[in-house]
Design a protein around this ligand. Structure first.
Ligand code: ADP
Ligand code: MG
Length: 203
């Protein structure tokens, strides 16, 4: 059951972890990109928090779409449109679910699977290319397997860590070729942080 209070708690938890890890995300992006991922994401979550009252008053699918739109408008870079697509698609898919307050686990898993595919389509990217998809796909799969929050959080954290050994094929890090190996992907790390925060706030 995701009522307004719980929705606020979830958004606040996700935004809080992004803000408190902004320096780390930017440092990861400095190693293999242009060093703006933490700032980009912090700008986005601050904008969402600034509008939280309006956003949280909407039905869940509309609230998710509003977050997506906000992220597209404020995050910028490659990650803004991609995170925007994720939340816009989650909202669109959940709008088709029977009840917007009582979420069946299958609703969320199905919506997440579609949303991650939409991110891949938007980024012309796939699993294994050292991007946020390397976290989002395993998380979608774990949701589909009805795993618990703690387990999903652990899967996300391990998946982000696993991007260290990958060579970047998409995004700015791909310009480094082999030299991208040995660093965690910033977008994978921000995705894992969000998933861990949401899982923590739900349990
Ligand atoms: P930019 O690369 O434009 O500076 P950010 O630094 O905010 O944007 O975001 C970089 C992150 O975006 C990467 O770490 C990666 O996870 C993700 N990313 C970049 N391009 C793609 C893509 N084509 N598909 C999926 N994710 C991508
Ligand atoms: Mg960057």
């Amino acid at each position: 059951m995701i009522d307004e209070a719980r929705f606020r708690a979830l958004v606040t938890a996700a935004a809080g972890t992004i803000s408190s890890h902004a320096e780390e995300l930017t440092a990861l992006d400095s190693a293999i990109g242009d060093g703006d991922h933490g700032y980009n994401m912090k700008r986005g979550v601050d904008a969402v928090l600034g509008d939280l009252e309006t956003i949280a008053s909407k039905p869940l699918p509309e609230a998710l779409k509003a977050i997506g739109t906000k992220l597209v408008m404020t995050v910028g870079g490659a990650s803004g449109p991609l995170y925007g697509t994720l939340f816009l698609t989650l909202g669109k898919e959940l709008a088709a679910a029977p009840d917007d307050l009582v979420l069946a686990p299958g609703d969320l898993a199905g919506a997440m699977a579609k949303a991650v595919d939409a991110v891949a389509a938007r980024g012309k990217s796939e699993l294994g290319q050292k991007t946020m998809l390397d976290v989002l796909y395993p998380v979608a799969e774990a949701l589909g397997q009805n795993r618990g929050g703690a387990e999903i959080a652990a899967i996300a954290a391990a998946a982000a860590e696993g991007t260290r050994n990958l060579r970047a094929i998409r995004g700015r890090a791909s310009f480094l070729g082999e030299r991208s190996i040995g660093h965690i992907d910033p977008g994978a790390r921000s995705s894992a942080l969000i998933v861990e925060a949401l899982a923590g706030a739900l349990t």
